[in-house]
Design a protein around this ligand. Sequence first.
Ligand code: 3IO
Length: 348
Amino acid sequence: MQVKTIPTMGPTRTLILLFSAIVLTTIVSWGPIPVVAAEVSLSYANFPPAPTFPCIQMERWAQEVSTRTAGKVQIQTYPGSTLLGAKNMWSGVIEGQADIGCISMAYQPGVFPMMSVFEQPLGFRSATSASIALWELYAKRRPKEFERVKVLTMFSSAPSNFMCKLPIQSLADLSGLEIRASGGASRALELLGATPVSMPASECPEALQKGLIKGIFSSFDMLKDFNFAEHLKYQTVTNFMVYPFAVIMNLDSYNALPADVREVLDGLGREQAEWTGQYLDAHVRESLEWSKQKYGIEVAELPASEAALARQKLTVMIDDWKQKAMDKGIPADEVLAEALALQAKYDN
Ligand code: 3IO
């Protein structure tokens, strides 16, 4: 009887095969070796397009958080309403559809009875001073209206001005003119005799294209970042008011973070407000220069007598804000006095 013997490998071949198997298994199971393993990944939603200042500050913040946590935290950014849009940002973050989101307070009238003092015609002269004042008032007062979220930072637009198809040299020129604004700024336009058309900044390009509006009342960064200088040739400086923003985080997402990470986020609040204000003030100058060179825009001040008349007409807004705030139990006189004291401190 013949016994068939199974051919066996020599010891050298066995070792080579074993070694190859170990190397292969290692490569397959580890994958490409990462530089640092991110332990936490957070989504950050924003409504306007990537080149605009709310998204520029978002990228800067994401980078800072990554650096300061040594790569432990990675932020996935979603500009241009790709995760949440202007109108569902607030509820979307509260519900956890995004961990972090950027809101323009003017898009939710009535929701922020205290911090909407910054939507009133206080006459801040720069985004830097308004942003620091906004953050400091928030940090001091911690208003109830934000208690369902973690506030990571706040900042404001630069002062609002008219960007228009027609020159505006007087309040008479504004009469009945369809101008886009939002929140407090829309109320201001109404008091000045214009026809405010309220919508988020992200909807302006379409409204302009369709001819629904003749101009926009907001800050001059938009001339370049949305290319509005192409169609809105006449700029009128008013500096009546700003648009306040907040960067908010889902409470459960924040509370689930390790303590050292929470400390990094908390430590960035005021710094980010100041960084954003400074970036924006410089960018407004750049935007105006660019718009002059490329499209030959004209920039004029509202004549002093008209500006004084306008400010006079707008004072009723502050009384209305006070009344609404007091109805919600807010010490409106104190809050307004604090906002004005911060303005005096940082505008000079
Ligand atoms: C703004 C909003 C998104 C992108 C650029 C911007 N520049 C000024 C604002 C202020 C604002 O919220 C608005 O609606 O005009």
